[in-house]
Design a protein around this ligand. Structure first.
Ligand code: DHE
Length: 559
């Protein structure tokens, strides 16, 4: 029988306290927080006779690697989403050397080659091949009581400063993820100085800023949320709580209107496992309500046991979070004005919803259904599905990019995981109905990429090619000009090591910051007008920098 979240945490504590013969810990990667708990083992069903044997310690090591590198695309239950179904029934159809090769080399469909990129050794890829032929371990649930056990308020509200205790411009601070060390760096957008480093969850996925910009929220892959107070002399984690065992998204309440003032009042976390969202007090992170996402697929109406929460955006015009549910293909508009009498609008969209953001008017959610090669449009004012259309192989817009095209008016765009392609489509159904949700331009980038970014004050659109397998291509940046998109991009090699990933503008909209994603990482700051490098931030603290967020742009959803 499976343990409940609370019993499970207790049993983990008991087991963790015992000496563990045969427990092998990987020296290069310290297991922290929930990752360490996960590695202690999930209940597992009986193995098929043909499944290769694994020792206890091998199984635990494989479970951790699976959680760290694989579950995001294939799901905790291995039923597939961005990646295919890799349950033991499917994997036993393949020979072990074939599986090992795929894990080591990657695939043309976009799976990274974990051995090729140095993230797994030969022994580890061999171990993972065997693990995949064994039955899927079922992770436990996590309810309010167990969440509350991990809740800590380090600085009570009454003891927090009433105004900033420093001279920095809070609106121009940047939050940077230091992925592999479970930390976040806060950097001053003006002086480029490091304002402070804070401990966060494991492999933090995103930062979001509170509606006033005073706080940053981070969400770790292990489901730990950290609340960082930017008023403190040095940025400091003032509260934390673990509300999922696997997570990617967090957002805040931004609405101030007739239904109440919710500025800096609430936060929401989207979990991958357990499949649920959790509403928290915005100032203390006390967990308040759990909303399960287990439900039926939008099209066949079949029950799905693991509908994961992908993108969340916060409405500026209503007391609503717009929540994308990946496996069932639904967008849920969650009205947070009355949590006891919760109202939700459930909009059928498309399966495998992943990442997205607002159009320029902040009325339409533009989100990728990446395994369907489509972009989906949802109208949050009329609260209904508008349309979906194919763009290319696995669209991946991040938050997206919105600008005014000289010929087609307001447009939006996406890059793609599966090919080096930027696709531009009309996004102004009022002013330019003939182009709305139609592809108007497309062009090649340096290779399959993850993110693009622009700013209303800029003439440029920046793209990365992080997933490219061609020598050096993932170290390139390609920039398109809004006023002459058809001229093609200006591309250059930005680094000799690591990969270029993700862009963010400063508050003024005249600088672009990007990461060199490497164990010895760097931040490159470009002048957006001249495209010249202005500064390179380095330091031994810059370990695997990935995403970055400017406070002002994140509060106001400028992209
Ligand atoms: Fe992300 C956004 C999920 C891999 C960096 N990523 C998101 C969002 C989701 C998601 C659901 C949208 C959050 C929101 O807006 O509320 N990402 C996943 C995965 O499931 C996936 C494919 C595999 C995994 O195991 O995590 C994955 N993502 C990655 C990476 O490998 C990246 C490059 C580095 C990392 O953290 O592992 C990465 N994802 C990011 C970033 C954003 C993001 C920087 C936010 C973009 C923004 O501009 O806000």
């Amino acid at each position: 029988m499976r343990a409940s979240g609370g019993e499970w945490l207790d049993s983990i504590r008991r087991r963790a306290a015992r000496p563990r013969p045969g427990w092998t810990r990987r020296p290069a990667r310290a297991l922290t927080g929930c990752a360490a708990l996960l590695a202690l083992g999930w209940p597992v069903g009986p193995a098929h006779a043909a499944a290769p044997g694994l020792s206890d310690s091998q199984r635990k090591e494989a479970e951790f690697i699976y959680f760290d590198r694989c579950s995001g695309c294939h799901g905790a239950l291995r039923k597939g989403a961005t990646g295919p179904n890799i349950t033991d029934e499917q994997m036993l159809k393949k020979a072990l050397p074939e599986l090992e090769k795929t894990i080591y080399e990657g695939t043309d469909a976009g799976m990274p080659g974990w051995g090729r990129t140095g993230e797994m050794t030969r022994d580890e890829t061999a171990l993972m091949a065997k693990f995949l032929q064994n039955p899927v371990p079922i992770p436990p649930e996590l309810g309010l009581e167990a969440m509350r056990a991990s809740h800590k308020v380090h600085v009570p509200i009454a003891e927090r400063p009433r105004k900033p205790e420093h001279k920095r411009d809070i609106d121009d601070l940047f939050g940077f993820i230091l992925r592999d060390v479970g930390k976040g760096a806060i950097i001053d957008g003006k002086s480029k100085e490091l304002a402070g480093i804070v401990d966060t969850g494991f492999a933090v996925h995103i930062f979001r800023a509170s509606a006033t910009g005073r706080y940053f929220y981070t969400i770790g892959r292990d489901g730990k949320v950290s609340l960082i107070d930017l008023y403190e002399k040095k940025p400091q984690v003032v509260a934390e709580v673990r509300v999922c065992l696997d997570a990617r998204s967090v957002d805040v309440s931004k609405y101030k209107g007739p239904k109440g003032d919710f500025v800096d009042k609430l936060a929401i976390v989207g979990c991958y496992w357990p499949p649920q969202m959790v509403v928290l007090d915005g100032q203390t992170l006390e967990p308040m309500k759990v909303i399960s996402t287990r439900s039926s697929t939008y099209d066949t109406n079949e029950y799905h046991p693991e509908p994961r929460v992908a993108t969340i955006v916060a409405s500026h015009a209503d007391s609503e979070w717009v929540v994308a549910i990946k496996e069932t293909g639904m967008v849920w508009l969650v009205d947070y004005s009355d949590l006891d009498n919760l109202k939700m609008t459930q909009i059928a969209a498309e399966r495998f919803l992943h990442d997205g953001g607002w159009d320029a008017t902040q009325r339409y959610l533009l989100i990728a259904a990446n395994m369907r090669d489509q972009m989906v449009v949802v109208d949050t004012e009329e609260k209904k599905f508008i349309t979906k259309f194919e763009t290319g192989i696995k669209p991946h817009p991040g938050r997206g990019a919105n600008w005014i095209d000289p010929e087609f008016g307001p447009v939006s765009a996406t890059t793609h995981l599966g090919e080096g392609l930027i696709v531009v489509y009309g996004s102004d159904p009022k002013g330019h109905p003939e182009h709305a949700w139609q592809i108007v331009r497309e062009a090649e980038t340096a290779g399959p990429g993850l993110f693009l970014k622009t700013h209303p004050k800029s003439n440029h659109i920046w793209t990365d090619a992080t997933l490219s397998k061609e020598e050096g291509a993932n170290q390139q940046i390609c920039v398109f000009r809004k006023e002459d998109f058809e001229a093609g991009p200006n591309c250059w090699q930005a680094t000799e090591h690591g990969k270029i990933v993700h862009f963010e503008y400063n508050k003024a909209g005249n600088e672009v910051w990007t990461s060199v994603w490497d164990k010895q990482g760097e931040i490159i700051v470009y002048d957006d007008k001249t495209l010249k490098e202005k500064q390179r931030i380095t330091g031994d603290w810059l370990v695997t920098p990935t995403g970055k967020w400017n406070v002002y742009n994140t509060v106001h959803d400028i992209y």
